[in-house]
Ligand binder design. Structure first.
Ligand SMILES: NC(=O)C1=CN([C@@H]2O[C@H](COP(=O)(O)OP(=O)(O)OC[C@H]3O[C@@H](n4cnc5c(N)ncnc54)[C@H](O)[C@@H]3O)[C@@H](O)[C@H]2O)C=CC1
Ligand SMILES: O=C(O)[C@@H]1CCC=N1
Length: 272
């Protein structure tokens, strides 16, 4: 069955859920085949008004949709499934967006043999530039993986990874946009330090980031080669690079991303 015939429920439609729902609508999904659930009444009203999707209870969503995407925080997943898990009818595909939680976490809380696919996406789904990494649980078939890829492809790139790599993917790519925003904030502050108006500094950095990203993707060159092309002998860039090196920024990046990977593991350990 192709993605075009399914009804999808976003169970816990927060930031990621909204990014995915809005992307599916942009890709041509009719609102009648999309369902959202949310805890707060104001959020439920907002989703119905903003997107025209059906906003139902979790149990109604599980009954009516054939693909259930779990978009709650990892810390809320056990509570959600305690109530919902036993009520999920057989034959549904469960797609989890939850950082850290293994497919086995869901499998043990759902009716036997329920197929579960684990996905780590990221917020650039809002502009169809996500990277969604996909792994099969023990009852998910190649068809379930293909269907999940079809669902997510309008939102950006997709890649299949072994589930053992998902915590690393989460640290690198799920959280990745935040690292770039953090760098943009810091670089904008540097522009202000040097006397530029905030908006000018912001615009300069955003365009530099965009240009660098497009060059990385389209040139196929190694980042070192691209950086060397900017770094003139005796010029300005090497003076900045020397400071970055003396502050051990590369080591800080390695440590930061390892800490994010460790946190994904902790989230899983804390809920079992
Ligand atoms: N925000 C991000 O950049 C990314 C988040 N993720 C994962 O996506 C998931 C969602 O993250 P966000 O969208 O940032 O969180 P969020 O807090 O914005 O959204 C979660 C939503 O689930 C709702 N919810 C919680 N319990 C519920 C229940 N029992 N029934 C119905 N709704 C319920 C909350 O009210 C909220 O609206 C998390 O598991 C996170 O690990 C993955 C990749 C990137
Ligand atoms: O910070 C988090 O836990 C989520 C998962 C990846 C990105 N945001």
């Amino acid at each position: 069955m192709s993605a075009g015939q399914h009804t999808l429920a976003m169970v816990g439609a927060g930031k990621m859920g909204e990014a995915i729902l809005s992307g599916l609508l942009r890709a041509g999904w009719p609102p009648s085949r999309l369902i959202a659930t949310a805890r707060r009444p104001e959020r439920r009203a907002q989703l119905a008004e903003r997107y025209g999707v059906r906003v139902l209870s979790n149990a109604e969503a599980a009954a009516q949709a054939d693909v259930l995407v779990i978009g709650v925080k990892p810390q809320d997943a056990a509570t959600l499934l305690e109530d919902l898990g036993p009520r999920v009818p057989s034959g549904k595909l469960i797609i989890s967006l939850c950082a850290g939680l293994p497919t086995s976490f869901f499998e043990k809380r759902l009716p036997e043999s329920t197929p579960v696919v684990r996905v780590m996406s990221n917020t650039p789904a809002l502009v169809d530039q996500a990277m969604s990494a996909i792994s099969a649980g023990s009852h998910a078939s190649a068809e379930h993986l293909t269907l999940t890829e079809e669902l997510l492809r309008p939102l950006g790139e997709t890649i299949q990874v072994p589930e053992s790599q998902q915590d690393a993917v989460t640290a690198l790519s799920g959280s990745g946009p935040a690292y770039f925003y953090y760098l943009v904030e810091a670089m904008t502050d540097a522009g202000i330090l040097l006397g530029l108006p905030r908006q000018v500094a912001h615009d300069l950095i955003v365009q530099a980031a965009l240009g660098a990203a497009v060059m990385l993707r389209e040139s196929g060159e190694h980042p070192v080669t691209l950086r060397e092309a900017v770094t003139s002998p005796g010029g300005t860039t090497i003076s900045a690079i020397r400071e970055l090196e003396s502050h051990r920024v590369r080591a800080a990046v390695l440590d930061a991303i390892e800490a994010a990977r460790d946190r994904a593991r902790e989230l899983a350990a804390s809920v079992d």
